[in-house]
Write a protein that binds this ligand. Structure first.
Ligand SMILES: Nc1nc2c(c(=O)[nH]1)N[C@H]1C(S)=C(S)[C@@H](COP(=O)(O)O)O[C@H]1N2
Ligand SMILES: [Mo]
Length: 505
């Protein structure tokens, strides 16, 4: 190794910083592509915020005000750069210690990512990628040039490679930041939307809410509403760019923009949405007040041709649902919805426009981020889930759930049992509750908002000391009694009766 070709300590420090930049850039890019909540620097920042004592938070706010988060990110960036410079020096003196330190930095990010509330399987991946890229880069940049067996970099090669690494890393991080900024701006556009008034508003009778602690509220707050979709990254649609095309077996094709949609008469309707994947007793079901324009009226303008029996709806990200044409043309409130509980649709619930159809599971009807309606036939088109073995038709099955008490210990004596029951677009006539093998007792029903929504129920039973199983079953407005026969969610929705085991003492 000639002295001329061996990077000095300063150059080694720079190599560490350049390698870290490349790593952070790679991690940022990975985050932008598939884990937007797991940007390497941001997750570390979030973990620091969680771990920081109150006085430190107060101090940060006092010093930096609303820029406290930016200040924190800058601070973390500087700390990473400082450690990376030391890692470069260490790598020059005692390889592979520098690479190990950089890999360790990435690991800190990966661990921080898994501690986030919204962490998923992919959360640690961006930081892990950053760790590997930075460690490999610092090794390559500072590989000794000893002997011909392992040709390291020439002085010029080192300069070019290190600057390239830094520039590529910074560009990737910049791209990711710009992308995040668009997400933020769609969020800001969404927050700024003023919903039009409804020509017909929904009324929630006060007696629809029993107010039992622990019982799901009759209208599910947006933040608590279950979310199910195939979108790895939530689609970002600027309403100004949004178009809905209605075509296929129609006399008149229609293309609708956001402003045109907002100018149409809107109605508000409380509708319970349920997921076909919900297990008996599960929480993939919720009730919201939706604001939208009836799809029926748009289809009346398009005039479906004879023989059509399905509408294939497509979302911006390619998900499709096949809805029976009849459910979209009969008198139910099948809506092209823009509002959820008095707000514009949250991004993850379909902003700017989604479908909501009373009585049908979400996978055949509730397309979020909807951009296309093709009037067609069931024997001609397949939708996303029906092509994967789920039933072509998806009416929501009669179901009921016990919310109170939860499994576990209860006080012996009078025991309040409460829950929800649903059979959207048919309605619930009664709910009955059974303790062990005792008689079925009628529960009191809250006032139903409509046949399209779930209804709360409650009953007080006597819990003698010991172990008990409490079961519920609903009776539908058309006389159907909720079956005891158990079936799994696939292919057309779970059946069976929810049971809760309690121990009274
Ligand atoms: N674009 C799109 N829309 C979709 C889905 C999806 O994967 N992509 N999933 C459907 C399913 S299976 C259900 S149960 C509902 C859930 O709606 P929510 O997430 O607003 O509760 O959305 C439906 N609409
Ligand atoms: Mo679903």
């Amino acid at each position: 190794m000639t002295n001329a070709d061996r990077p000095g300590r300063g150059a080694a420090a720079w190599a560490g910083v350049a390698a870290a930049l490349l790593g952070v850039g790679a991690g940022e890019l990975a985050a932008a592509l598939f884990a937007p909540a797991s940007r390497p620097l941001a997750v570390v920042g979030a973990a620091v915020i969680d771990l920081a004592p109150t006085w430190a938070k107060d101090l940060a706010i006092a010093w930096f005000g609303t820029a406290d988060k930016v200040a924190l990110l800058v601070l973390i960036g500087l700390a990473v750069a400082g450690i990376a410079a030391l890692a470069g020096i260490a790598q020059r003196a005692r390889p592979p210690w520098g690479a190990a330190v950089l890999a360790g930095l990435g690991l800190v990010g990966a661990v921080a990512a898994t501690t986030r509330a919204n962490a998923g399987l992919l959360s640690p991946v961006p930081s892990a990628i950053a760790a590997v890229v930075a460690a490999v880069a610092v090794r390559l940049l500072l590989r000794p040039r000893a002997g011909a067996a392992a040709p390291g970099l020439t002085r010029r090669g080192f300069l070019v490679a290190s600057v390239a690494a830094a520039v590529v890393g910074a560009a990737a991080a910049g791209f990711s930041t710009v992308r995040q900024a668009t997400v933020r701006s769609i969020q800001a556009i969404r927050d700024a939307v003023t919903l039009p008034n409804a020509a017909r508003t929904a009324t929630i009778p006060p007696t629809a809410e029993l107010g039992v602690p622990g019982l799901a509220s009759v209208v599910t707050p947006n933040a608590d509403f279950y979310r199910i979709d195939t979108a790895l990254v939530v689609p970002e649609i600027d309403p100004a760019q949004w178009r809905l095309r209605i075509h296929g077996l129609v006399e008149q094709e229609i293309v609708l923009g956001w402003d045109e949609l907002l100018a149409l008469p809107m109605r508000e309707s409380a509708i319970t949405l349920a997921c076909v994947s919900n297990y008996v007793g599960g929480d993939l079901v919720g009730n919201a007040v939706w604001l939208g324009h009836p799809i029926r009226e748009l289809l009346a303008r398009a005039r479906p041709r004879a023989g059509a029996d399905m509408v294939l709806s497509t979302s911006q990200d390619g998900f499709t649902a096949g809805t029976p044409l009849e459910a979209l043309t009969d008198d139910r409130d099948a809506l092209l919805a823009i509002g959820m509980n008095g707000e514009p649709l949250p991004l993850e619930h379909g902003f700017p426009v989604r479908m909501v159809v009373p009585g049908l599971y979400g996978y055949v009807s509730a397309t979020k981020w909807v951009v296309d309606l093709e009037v067609t036939r069931f024997d001609r088109a397949r939708a996303y889930w029906t092509g994967r073995g789920w039933s072509e038709r998806g009416p929501i099955k009669l179901q009921s759930r016990i919310d109170v008490p939860r499994q576990g210990d209860v006080a012996a004596g009078p025991l309040r049992v409460a829950g929800v029951a649903w059979h959207p677009h048919t309605g619930v006539a009664a709910v009955q509750v059974q303790v062990d093998d005792g008689p079925w007792r009628e529960a009191d029903l809250a006032r139903a908002i409509s046949d399209d929504t779930w209804v709360q129920w409650t009953v007080t039973v006597d819990a003698r000391p010991g172990e008990h199983t409490i079961r519920c079953r609903a009776v539908s407005a058309d006389g159907e009694v909720q079956t005891a026969a158990t079936a799994p969610p696939a292919p057309d929705g779970a059946t069976g009766r929810h049971a809760v085991r309690v121990s009274a003492r």
